[in-house]
Write a protein that binds this ligand. Structure first.
Ligand code: GLN
Length: 526
């Protein structure tokens, strides 16, 4: 029987492409075929672009052939992602392609240009398969706020994959693509990575250009990678990072070449832990967290200690204010960013009302979903005269205090902080939809990192009642290379663990062509 190419990791694909054992076209075809065959029950994708992907794969193969003819140095010069398939969250612009941001209001809109990261991925030779599902405008923690219906979790098709980058996480966990791009404003890469049992990283604010990415909250949004292991995620981060003149908040800081040089040996990777110093913030073990999640995190911390790292309990005293502050700052920025959807310039447009204002209200009224409207109202209220000082300005001050908590610890010499990514494992469809605050609490352990602009990564650390748990490493600004080393070290130290052998338990069900869709599952009472 032919080997299933979709089970390979991206770095294994890279090695085989260079050796001439597989072509980029074969990789693209295998992943597209799997995505088409298995997505009815998952709904990870909003679009698959076979023609474009295969053309990109053929171009990658041609460059590979030329490099092979030119000799080993030319092959070495190719990016590790050359010829490797990647998925993009449907808020990344690809010239001429759809870009819905999970919203009806952008239905029919075609991106007039490539995002910076799209250009970078093309330069690296990556093959873009299509666009993944997401909560509308990246507002949510479950993918249930997508205007196009929810995505399921391949570990349990009755549960959410997390959000807002739920489609990107689920597609990687279900072997439809080895890599994907997400965005993280308050946890939207790390939390779905945790819930789907894969690796996801939010880089330092300014590491990746936001040019061509649909904006949610501009001072918090960051683009980042998903992969099935740390090396794959790191290579994808390397491909998309770096200064871009068109995003003034992207930093003129060199991209560390270490990102493509993480150790391949598990022992060598784990040896990095000796003498490192980790802090475990006590506030991140929130009341009401899943006891299985807490147990897995404590075990992971014990692994770090047993590998020669020192581990100390620390405090981030303003953590409690993170959620309240985030839900002032993020909606305030969103209310400003979403003002542009007026029915004139983008996508969805309702015409024929009494006057322009009537058309504007009808466009926005029918184009935005309930969660987006809630955020616009919250944000507009917080920014309105009379409330600006009491809410918005106050939130900015507390944001500084949250950032200072982290500064104090990193100045004291901690290499990184170790914490849960999410207080819960994947929850059932509908469980948190009726209560927005419960949904918001999913990000209690991730959003302070965005408030402080720091990098954070979630790696799988075991299972609780058969569902994946994510371990979060948080580092100082611009410490991605060290943070990825820490994550790779933990991966190396646990390489032989039994739980690493467990595949998402509902993967086989996805092969059934008559399977219920996530929308049907979400509608059925459980
Ligand atoms: N769940 C959070 C929110 O709804 C974070 C989302 C995100 O990171 N994009 O705002």
């Amino acid at each position: 029987m032919a080997e299933d190419l979709t089970t390979l990791l991206a770095h294994q694909m890279a090695a085989r492409l260079r050796a001439g054992e597989v072509t980029s076209r074969e990789l693209a075809e295998a992943h597209l075929a799997r995505a088409h065959a298995t997505d009815r029950g998952l709904h990870a994708w909003l679009s698959l672009d076979d023609d474009r992907a295969l053309a990109e794969a053929d171009a990658a193969d041609a460059r590979l052939a030329a490099a092979r003819a030119a000799g080993p140095a030319a092959l070495d010069a190719l990016h590790p992602l050359h010829g490797v398939p990647v998925a993009l969250k449907d808020l990344v612009s690809v010239k001429g392609g759809q870009c819905t941001a999970g919203s009806r209001i952008l239905e029919g809109y075609r991106a007039p240009y490539d995002a910076h990261i799209t250009e970078r991925l093309h330069e690296a030779g990556a093959v873009i398969l299509g666009k993944t599902n997401m909560d509308e405008f990246a507002m949510g923690s479950s993918c249930e706020h997508s205007a196009f219906g929810p995505t399921a979790n391949p570990w349990d098709l009755g549960r959410v994959p997390g959000g807002s980058s739920g489609g990107s996480a689920a597609s990687v966990a279900a072997f439809q693509t080895p890599l994907s791009i997400g965005t993280d404003t308050g946890g939207s890469i790390r939390q779905p990575a945790a819930l789907c049992g894969i690796v996801g990283m939010k880089p330092t604010y300014g590491r990746v250009s936001r040019y061509g990415i649909v904006a949610f909250a501009s001072s918090l949004d960051q683009v980042g990678p998903f992969g099935r292991d740390v090396r794959d995620a790191s290579a994808l981060l390397h491909a998309v990072s770096g200064r871009d003149e068109r995003d003034s908040t992207s930093a003129p800081i060199p991209v560390p070449e270490d990102l493509v040089r993480l150790p391949s040996s598990d022992d060598e990777a784990a040896a990095w832990l000796r003498g490192r110093r980790f802090g475990v913030p006590r506030e991140y073990f929130v009341a009401g967290m899943d006891p299985g999640v807490e147990a897995r995190i404590r075990e992971a911390v014990a692994v770090l200690a047993a590998s020669g790292a020192s581990v100390e309990e620390v405090s981030l005293p303003h953590t409690d204010y993170g959620l309240a502050t985030y839900y002032i700052v993020a909606p305030a920025e969103a209310s400003a960013n979403l003002a542009r959807y007026d029915g004139v310039r983008f996508g969805h447009s309702v015409r024929g009302g009494e006057d322009y204002l009537a058309d504007y209200l009808a466009t926005r009224g029918s184009g935005f979903g309930a969660e987006v409207k809630r955020r616009i109202m919250l944000g507009t209220y917080a920014l309105s005269a009379g409330y600006y000082d009491a809410f918005y300005l106050k939130a900015l001050k507390v944001r500084t205090l949250i950032k200072r908590d982290f500064d104090v610890l990193f100045e004291a010499g901690f290499d990184a902080l170790v914490a849960p990514t999410s207080p819960d494992v994947a929850f059932r469809f509908g469980d948190k939809m009726a209560d927005p605050v419960r949904m918001y609490l999913s990000d209690a352990c991730t959003l302070p990192v965005n408030m402080a602009g720091l990098p954070g990564i979630s790696v799988p650390c075991g299972l609780s009642e058969g569902l994946p748990v994510g371990l979060q490493f948080i580092g100082p600004a611009w410490s991605e290379a060290a943070l990825l080393r820490a994550a790779r070290a933990y991966e190396g130290a646990t390489a032989g663990a039994d739980w690493r052998q467990v595949l998402p338990r509902d993967l086989a069900l996805l092969e059934d062509p008559g399977i219920a869709t996530p929308a049907e599952r979400a509608a059925a009472p459980h």
